[in-house]
Ligand binder design. Structure first.
Ligand code: ADP
Ligand code: MG
Length: 300
């Protein structure tokens, strides 16, 4: 496309809430044959809430949640916000009106796995199986059973370990974005296949994929693994887009021919992407591709 055509198209995109960072993304978007979607915060609303809690030791529920929220307090992840929010509500129910959060030190994010921190002098781990394996925390059959049961209901099971013992778990549910199903089927009619790649577990991933109409799913994938999936498709000669929102998506957003970030997501993802969807609506994936198709066909 000519520089003028690119300028016109990027201007048009911007006015529709689709921020295209350069001519290159615009030139490639019309060739997209496959789109890899992240799950949490991309296909789902990204506003998960805690719908069930489970205790595996003698710890009071409020204390468990307080410690988990203390560890999650400095994290931007949607799951973190859900846990902090749930803890506040719980404390209100128990008649505590203080918003005081437990002191935490040595906070660390483990992308695609969870968080760790020292809270009130105890090592608190909040996350999935992979996080627990990383810290060599054993999972009892009781914990395993609760995880399976939760995940089969399309919920994410967040484990809480205190000083390397699993003390409880939180079942978190995150609804699909209302437009998700329609966008996936419209892309199909455009000849573009959709694939879901997520750090979440297989059972939750499959049940969400089924709901949204995606048949190709890869679950329990770490951030670099997401980028690998992009490269696999590119090796088949396909032009591949990635749509994501998290820090965990940034290697894949960078590896994709066209990286699209949800603007409600993290700054790191927005920086790594070629296109930013300012309204955070999946419909704008189609807007971006349409814009590219029109711009490039006008030239010929
Ligand atoms: P997705 O790929 O679906 O966006 P992420 O890669 O962000 O998901 O996270 C994958 C999994 O890692 C989550 O489903 C959860 O089990 C765990 N996880 C990630 N971040 C956190 C966190 N801050 N607290 C608890 N669990 C987390
Ligand atoms: Mg995400």
């Amino acid at each position: 496309a000519t520089p003028t055509a690119v300028m016109v198209a990027t201007g048009k995109g911007a006015s529709q809430g689709v921020l295209i960072k350069g001519g290159n993304a615009l030139e490639k978007a019309h060739k997209i044959k496959a789109i890899i979607f992240d799950k949490t915060g991309t296909l789902t609303v990204g506003k998960p809430s805690v719908v069930q809690t489970k205790i595996f030791s003698k710890i009071p529920l409020v204390e468990l949640c307080d410690l988990a929220a203390g560890a999650e307090a400095n994290s931007e992840h949607p799951l973190s916000k859900a846990i902090v929010e749930h803890t506040k509500k719980l404390k209100e129910q128990y008649g505590s009106h203080s918003d005081h959060m437990m002191e935490s030190r040595d906070f660390e994010v483990h992308p695609g796995a969870g968080v760790s921190a020292q809270v009130e002098g105890r090592l608190v781990l909040v996350g999935n199986k992979r996080l627990m394996q990383e810290f060599e925390v054993p999972l009892s059959p009781e914990v395993e059973a609760y995880m399976s049961e939760t995940e089969e209901h399309a919920r994410t099971c967040v484990l809480v370990a205190i000083d390397k013992i699993i003390c409880g778990a939180l079942a978190v549910s995150d609804p699909l974005k209302p437009e998700a199903g329609q966008v996936i089927s419209y892309l199909k009619s455009m000849g573009i296949s959709s694939i879901m790649v997520t750090g979440d577990n297989w059972a939750t991933a499959k049940s969400i994929a089924k709901e949204v109409g995606i048949s190709q799913v890869f679950a329990e994938i770490d951030p670099l693994g997401k980028a690998e999936k992009i490269k696999d498709l590119q090796m088949q000669g396909l032009t591949v887009a990635m749509v994501g929102d998290g820090i965990n998506d940034s290697p894949a957003l960078a590896a994709a021919d066209v990286g699209m970030a949800i603007s409600a997501g993290t700054d790191v993802a927005i920086e790594a992407a070629d296109i930013v969807l300012m309204k955070s609506s999946l419909e704008d994936v189609i807007t971006a591709i349409d814009l590219s198709r029109k711009t490039l066909s006008r030239i010929r």
